[in-house]
Every structure is written in structure tokens, then in C-alpha cells.
Design a protein around this ligand. Structure first.
Ligand code: PLP
Length: 381
């Protein structure tokens, strides 16, 4: 085996060009070189772990204009730590008892019932804390009626597609605050704009909001961020590693802490319009090549799939060709190319391919266009 081969090659793992989304299954996002360097530096030096963690969390709070922040191993870990924190606040029970909650005065988490529960099943993870999950009919009156003295928190999932037919965060958070219910917002993929890092907490008044570090923030794939109320964030910290409680399983290494905070700073400081324009330029390149070579229709949208601020390209394949078949073809190429296929909940026609340039590197737009043209010409002769 050639020692100079790259690590993926040695393992016979093929490179994929990500023209869809920073999906976990594709390895999340790509890190900037500053982030990679920070991780390499951290890996070579021992430090006092808790001091590093606290400094990183304090800086994350400053960068996101929040009272406090906690960096953990992913949005999913954030959901569990947040649920544990909300149950422990003002309670006879304490974090060391979890997942045994009989001593807790508040041990119920409200979620809104409906299709959303199948589309994003992450709400289930809060149950690992021992919390009882209560599914509530998704309208304001039913939610108000479901609140009782055992309610520890209500979990909300913002995004145009998740909030279809159910009350939005904008409608619900004021009602829940009036009823003195803690609100946890799972905003894992609701970026950009960077201002969403404080929108749910500072503008809408949620107690905690949670983001993935490995998606749009472009941090290490195994990181996540909780922001919001200081008292609750302190409880998240107590519940988490290195303490040997429920959250010991969520250990952020020194490398991940260093990488995450570097990525977060780059993300927050980057000019939104510059980021948007850079992505749009790559998408326009793809649209230009594909439409010129195949004559199919292309459409540029100024909003991401989940209602976020990023450009998105739609390519309408000649029927009966489908985005799913196109994806199978482009994934079989070397390198593979992941073009966007809408899952059913988006209710899009099957011939719609979406392209997101968030993780496209210089020169990859051409490869994406070639791949799609190759599929169309193979099928249409
Ligand atoms: C991706 C995602 C998660 C999981 O995030 P990780 O950082 O991978 O743990 C949770 N909730 C939503 C809405 C997501 O999109």
C-alpha cells in the first residue's frame, strides 16, 4: 500500500462532489483551511480541557450575540442536553439522577403532532433523558391546553417545510412564554443567515436554540451548538462530558472545540451577500452549461430548501426522467456527484433536480454540469 495515497484512497473510498446539501450521510460540510489548521494545532498540545471548553463557549456566545452558549457533539446531543437542563431547572430532581425522572417535578416535553414527527424524528432523542414526550394537536389552543405543572419544555422545529399546516415559531413562542413554558428550538439546519444564531433566542424569546456545527457552520462534523439562557446553558454544561452523567457520551475533543470556534467565527464574519453571490455564480455556471447543451429548463431561486438565505438551482429534466435516477447515474461516476433529490414531503415533481452550491469547490460546477448532461444525453440519445 502506498503510504502517500490519501486516506480515503487507501480505504477505497470514492470522493463525492456535494451538489445537494450538507447531509450527514455525505460527511456534512467541508471545513475551511483555517479550521483544519486549528484542529491540527489543538491535536498536538495538551491543555486544561475545561478552561478551553469554557473559553470556546464564551466566545461562541459573543459571536452569536447570546447570553450564553455551549458547544457539544451535534444538534442531536444539543436536544438531549437541553431537555435535561429544562427538566432540572427549579426541580427537586438533579442531573445525576437522569434518566430516572420520578423525583422531577417537571418531566414532560411537548412536541407538535403530525407529519413533521416522521420527517424529522430527532424529537425522540429527548426521551433518552427519561422525559415523557407528549404529542399535542398542532394548533395554538390545543398547545395552550396541554401545558401543565409537569411541562418542562416545548420543542419546536422551524423551517418552511416542517411548519406547513402547523403554528410557526413566530406564532407559538409568545404564547408559550406567556404560559411560562421553556422553549427549545431545533434550528439545526436553519442557516444562513448567521442572524438566525440569535433570531430564535433574542428576537423571538426562545430559551434555547440548537444548531449543527457540521452543516452550514462548516465546523467539524461531530459538533453542535446550544445558545440562549445562561442558567439553562450552565445545566447543559453540568450534564455534559467530562462529567460522568447522561451527557458523558457527548465528548467534544480539544480538536473539535478549536475547529468549531474557528469555523463559527469565519461563518459569522463572512459577508452574507458575498457568500450568496459566490454560490449563485457557481449555480449560474451549471445552469448555463446544462441549458445550452440539453435545452432543458432551469430556474434560479433566492431561497434554500428550508427557507434559508441561499440561492438554489432547479433543473427540470425531460419527463419521464427523474431526479432520483439522475442521482443514481451521477453518483456512479468517479468522482461521484450528489445532485439534489427532493424527499416526498416537499411535494415537488419527480423530474426536479435541485442544486445547492454550499459545498462546491472551485472547478466543481463544471463537473456537476457535465454529469447531468451525461445523464440526459444517455437517456435521450
Ligand atoms: C441535521 C439535523 C439534526 C441532527 O443534527 P446533528 O448535528 O447531525 O446531530 C437535528 N435536527 C434537525 C432539524 C436537523 O436538520
Amino acid at each position: 500500500m502506498d503510504i502517500h495515497m490519501n486516506c480515503y484512497g487507501k480505504l477505497h473510498i470514492k470522493e463525492i462532489i456535494n451538489a445537494s446539501e450538507p447531509y450527514t450521510n455525505l460527511g456534512g460540510s467541508l471545513m475551511e483551511k483555517e479550521t483544519i489548521e486549528a484542529m491540527a494545532q489543538a491535536a498536538g498540545t495538551c491543555i486544561e480541557y475545561e478552561k478551553l471548553r469554557d473559553a470556546v463557549c464564551e466566545k461562541a456566545a459573543q459571536l452569536t450575540n447570546n447570553e450564553a452558549a455551549f458547544v457539544t457533539t451535534g444538534a442531536s446531543a444539543g436536544l438531549e442536553l437541553s431537555a435535561a437542563a429544562c427538566m432540572s431547572l427549579d426541580s427537586a430532581g438533579n442531573l445525576d439522577m437522569l434518566p430516572e425522572t420520578s423525583a422531577f417535578s417537571k418531566n414532560e416535553i411537548l412536541v407538535m403532532d403530525g407529519d413533521v414527527l416522521d420527517i424529522i424524528p430527532y424529537w425522540r432523542l429527548t426521551g433518552l433523558t427519561g422525559a415523557k414526550i407528549i404529542k399535542v394537536k398542532p394548533d395554538v389552543e390545543s398547545i395552550k391546553a396541554a401545558v401543565c405543572e409537569r411541562t418542562a419544555a416545548c420543542m419546536l422545529f422551524p423551517a418552511s417545510v416542517y411548519e406547513r399546516g402547523i403554528p410557526t415559531c413566530e406564532e407559538l413562542i409568545p404564547v408559550l412564554k406567556e404560559a411560562c413554558v421553556k422553549v427549545i428550538v431545533d434550528a439545526a439546519a436553519q442557516l444562513p443567515p448567521a442572524s438566525n444564531l440569535w433570531y430564535y433566542t433574542k428576537t423571538l424569546g426562545a430559551d434555547l436554540a440548537i444548531f449543527s456545527g457540521g452543516k452550514h457552520i462548516k465546523g467539524p462534523q461531530s459538533t453542535g451548538l446550544i445558545v440562549g439562557n445562561r442558567e439553562l446553558i450552565d445545566l447543559c454544561r453540568t450534564a455534559a462530558s467530562p462529567n460522568p452523567g447522561l451527557g458523558r457520551a457527548f465528548k467534544t475533543g480539544k480538536e473539535e472545540l478549536a475547529g468549531f470556534i474557528t469555523a463559527l467565527e469565519l461563518f459569522v464574519l463572512e459577508d452574507e451577500e458575498e457568500r450568496f453571490n459566490r454560490q449563485e455564480k457557481r449555480l449560474l455556471k451549471i445552469a448555463e452549461i446544462v441549458t445550452e447543451r440539453t435545452g432543458i429548463r432551469a430556474e434560479m431561486l433566492r431561497q434554500g430548501r428550508l427557507g434559508t438565505y441561499q440561492p438554489l438551482l432547479h433543473l427540470y429534466l425531460p419527463k419521464p426522467l427523474t431526479a432520483k435516477e439522475c442521482n443514481i447515474y451521477t453518483r456512479s461516476l468517479t468522482p461521484g456527484i450528489d445532485v439534489g433529490v427532493y424527499p416526498p414531503e416537499f411535494c415537488m415533481e419527480e423530474n426536479t433536480v435541485f442544486i445547492n452550491a454550499y459545498n462546491l469547490k472551485e472547478g466543481q460546477a463544471e463537473a456537476v454540469a457535465e454529469g447531468i448532461c451525461g445523464y440526459i444525453s444517455k437517456m435521450c440519445g
